[in-house]
Design a protein around this ligand. Structure first.
Ligand SMILES: [Fe+2]
Length: 148
């Protein structure tokens, strides 16, 4: 085998090796992100410290009225909670949006005397996923995650 052919094979091997490393690294990141989401939505904290649609814990009959509904349109995330606003007796206190590192991007505090529990958040420049919390004054904090 000529030296030229050996060099070409070496380059091909190096390219293939690094491509494989890149694919493996991306796959590991994706799997870890899915595992992290799964842990947050279905793990032991869900249903005890906070609630999710999959793990509503003691609030199993309140999933629909407390899980935040999420819609993205361009750079805006709309969060809605299908919950009554019965003055200060029973209402949604706030919506909170966090980035993939759990930094607060935006929050909306509701006035139950005049607001409905719908909020809009500018998410321009954020990627990967967002964590959304909706907090009820009687039925605690509900989490959902959206991939963007
Ligand atoms: Fe509630």
């Amino acid at each position: 085998m000529s030296i030229r052919k050996l060099k070409k094979n070496r380059r091909t091997f190096i390219k293939a090796f690094f491509s494989l490393l890149l694919v493996k690294s991306l796959h590991t990141r994706l799997v870890s992100a899915d595992e992290e989401n799964n842990y947050l939505i279905n793990g032991p904290l869900a249903g005890s410290i906070y609630y999710t649609k999959n793990k509503p814990g003691k609030w199993k009959n309140l999933v629909e009225s407390h899980t935040p509904l999420l819609e993205i349109y361009k750079n805006t995330l709309k969060v809605s909670t299908l919950h009554e606003m019965k003055g200060f007796e029973h209402y949604i206190i706030k919506h909170i949006v966090l980035d993939n590192k759990f930094n607060i991007i935006s929050e909306k505090i509701f006035d139950p005397s005049k607001d409905i529990p719908i909020s809009k958040h500018n998410i321009m420049g954020y990627n990967d996923k967002l964590y959304i919390l909706s907090i009820c004054n009687q039925h605690d904090t509900w989490l959902d995650i959206i991939k963007i």
